[in-house]
Design a protein around this ligand. Structure first.
Ligand code: RM4
Ligand code: MN
Ligand code: MN
Length: 406
């Protein structure tokens, strides 16, 4: 029976684990604070962010409670519909956060119905590249280190499109984008095997992203969104493989039951997230260095209150990373060498079922944040205050709540 294991660590191990957790940062997505929905409609929340300032405020309170979310990933068209303004930086700072990864949007304009960088029309391909170059400029001004790319490109039916030509168009576009990036910027390239395209997507799996990154240039790396895999895919193997190739650029964390469900990390399969962190912890153990990769949350909370859900996620990520850091690597190496499969597996399971609450409390003390961020946030009354302010703001703006998708 898997019992909850009590923590017993040497003081050197304790210092190592607490130190690593104290340095760990994860980015929150601006879109995680706004109203989102399913393809059948949206359900609105009074406290959901109405504008960019609200999103920064929500990210700010998340950071104040957890101490590990100082940056906010932004989506160019959703967050800067009127274009970028340097005052945005100040707005972020006012709320104690900074602009993080810049996400261009080449999937919502009408012209992209049949693709963006893979569209058969050269004019549309150029327009998509131009938007990405403008996003790079925003990133440069905002001091962002990451250009995060996700393409909705794909086809819905067999025979609809030429797979090889589209591949070449995509590669050409990414090369141009890579050339335009400042030296300190990394391109993160996401993949997804389905949705919105249903027959194929042009950036469909880690292998396709890997090939596109290699051809684009040295500062292009693969982004693994945990929800973007077909059922039963071994995600931690992809992570380990990309780490070994030095091609893992970052993560979009979320959980899923069926498809790209964007659920809270660990809500369905915490052992899966633990196994991913185990690969990261193993790599860092061997190299004795923190990996320089972008950890980001990519979730949309359709029924949960947004900030609460985000804080819950951040704490869960921290907890699962803590467990992965507890894996006894020396013992594991010895039991692997002895081909003791059961003992090796038990070493992982022992770490997974360890109660890391005392460790997390110690980390939070060092970060000067509440010992229980979620409880502290719930007690703060933030959601109730935001609901009132934002209800009034919506009224003043005359914002129409159109919840239908068709
Ligand atoms: C995609 C993907 C991207 C996100 C878009 C809106 O499924 O996860 O990261 O930006 O959704
Ligand atoms: Mn994503
Ligand atoms: Mn997604």
């Amino acid at each position: 029976m898997a019992r909850r294991k009590k923590l017993s660590l040497s003081s050197a191990d304790e210092t190592r684990v607490i130190g690593r957790l104290k340095r760990f940062r994860i980015e929150v997505p601006s879109w995680g604070f706004a109203d989102t929905g399913t393809r059948f409609g949206k359900f609105f929340q009074d406290a959901a962010a109405v504008d960019l300032e609200d999103k920064f405020a929500d990210a700010g309170v998340t950071h104040a409670m957890t101490g590990i979310t100082p940056t906010v990933a932004v989506h160019v068209l959703w967050d800067f519909p009127g274009g970028y303004d340097p005052a945005i930086e100040k707005l972020a700072r006012k709320h104690g956060v900074r602009v993080g990864a810049i996400n261009p949007n080449v999937f919502q304009d009408q012209c992209y119905k049949f693709g963006s960088v893979t569209n058969r029309d050269a004019k549309i391909r150029r327009r998509a590249v131009k938007h990405i170059l403008e996003s790079i400029e925003i990133g440069r001004q905002a001091g962002s280190r990451y250009l995060s790319l996700w393409f909705a490109d794909g086809a819905n039916y067999p025979g609809q499109a030429d797979i090889r030509r589209r591949k070449r168009w995509a590669a050409t576009a990414l090369k141009k984008v890579h050339q335009a990036m400042p030296r300190n910027m990394t391109m993160l390239l996401e993949y997804k095997p389905f949705e919105p395209a249903t027959y194929f997507t042009d950036f469909f799996d880690w292998g396709s992203s890997y090939v596109f990154c290699k051809s684009a240039g040295p500062r292009a790396k693969v982004l693994v969104d945990t929800g973007h895999h077909l059922p039963s895919c071994n995600i931690e193997q992809i992570v380990a493989f990309l780490l070994d190739e030095k091609m893992l650029g970052g993560f979009h964390f979320n959980d899923r039951k069926y498809a790209d469900d964007d659920l809270t990390v660990g809500s369905i399969d915490p052992y899966q997230a633990f196994r991913i962190f185990n690969e990261i912890a193993a790599y860092e153990w061997e190299t004795r260095r923190d990996l320089d990769i972008a950890y980001t949350i990519d979730q949309s909370h359709n029924v949960k209150p947004k900030v609460e859900a985000t804080i819950q996620t951040v704490c869960t990520v921290q907890e699962l990373l803590a467990k992965a850091l507890l894996v006894d690597r020396k013992l594991l190496a010895a039991s692997q060498a002895a081909e003791d499969t059961v003992a090796s597996e038990e070493i992982l399971r022992a770490a997974f079922r360890t109660d890391v609450t005392p460790l997390l409390r110690a980390v939070r003390r060092k970060l000067s944040v509440p010992a229980d961020p979620l409880a502290a946030f719930r007690a703060s009354g933030y959601t109730q205050r935001a609901a009132k302010l934002r209800r009034d703001k919506r009224k003043a703006l005359g914002t129409l709540e159109d919840a239908s998708y068709a």
